[in-house]
Write a protein that binds this ligand. Structure first.
Ligand SMILES: *Cc1c(COP(=O)(O)O)cnc(C)c1O
Length: 231
């Protein structure tokens, strides 16, 4: 199947999941996780109506941007971000999902100030407590949110999570529910209920993420097909 057909079928599944949860399908954004897919595939997804594209690696993003991969849609950064690469993406990305430490937060603020802009960001939550993953522990999120609130060149729009790899069907639902509660809690305590983005759910579990309250799902394989790691 092509990208357009895949996108249509995902939109349909998203709508069913939203309606089943008593939610408006229009309040959930579909971000195409386009890593390892070329500029033509990105443009095809944009032509088919994707809400935004999300990249994981700074180098790949810069190369594909050069080729016009992202024209016509917002661009998000969703991968692990090193502090020394921040300056390469500020001014180019509409939302950074993966702010995983206070030093990274401060560096984004510094670089955004140089560009004279306010960078929209999400705080990443390491909900499974996995050493292999970045992100704030649930009990650290409030402190990070308070620090972010003091910085005038970052704007926290919500939370993002990547739960542990789950082999059981619906195995991630409890993680999604925990992050949703944290999102509501932090929103109330720190942001006057003004958060708008809860980024969670990928190809295998976006319906459960929507059931738990996600407002952004990040889908790669189900749109673009399996990634070829040998290329
Ligand atoms: C690759 C990736 C996705 C999408 O994963 P799929 O399983 O291919 O849908 C989502 N979020 C992040 C951060 C990713 O790196």
């Amino acid at each position: 199947m092509g990208i357009r057909e895949n996108l249509q079928s995902i939109r349909q599944r998203m709508a069913v999941a939203a309606e089943r949860a008593g939610r408006d399908p229009a309040e959930v954004l579909l971000v195409g996780a386009s890593k390892m897919n070329d500029a033509a595939a990105c443009r095809a997804a944009i032509a088919a109506g994707i809400d935004a594209l999300g990249e994981n690696r700074v180098q790949e993003l810069l190369e594909k941007a050069e080729q016009g991969a992202y024209e016509g849609a917002p661009l998000h950064f969703i991968g692990h971000l090193q502090r020394n690469k921040v300056r390469q993406i500020i001014g180019r990305v509409d939302l950074i999902h993966s702010v995983s430490s206070i030093p990274l937060l401060e560096e984004i603020d510094r670089q955004a100030e140089k560009h004279g802009l306010v960078q929209p960001i999400l705080l990443e939550v390491n909900i499974g407590g996995e050493e292999s993953k970045s992100g704030f522990a649930p009990q650290e999120v409030e402190e990070a949110a308070l620090r972010a609130r003091e910085l005038s060149h970052v704007a926290v729009k919500g939370l993002m999570t990547i739960p542990p790899v789950e082999r059981e069907p619906h195995g991630n639902l409890p993680y999604f529910e925990q992050v949703y509660r944290l999102y509501i809690d932090i929103g109330e305590k720190v942001f006057h209920n003004k958060l708008e983005y809860l980024s969670m759910g990928m190809s295998d579990d976006f319906e459960d993420a929507i059931a738990a309250g996600a407002t952004i799902v990040r889908v790669g394989t189900a749109i673009f097909g399996a990634r070829n790691y040998n290329k």
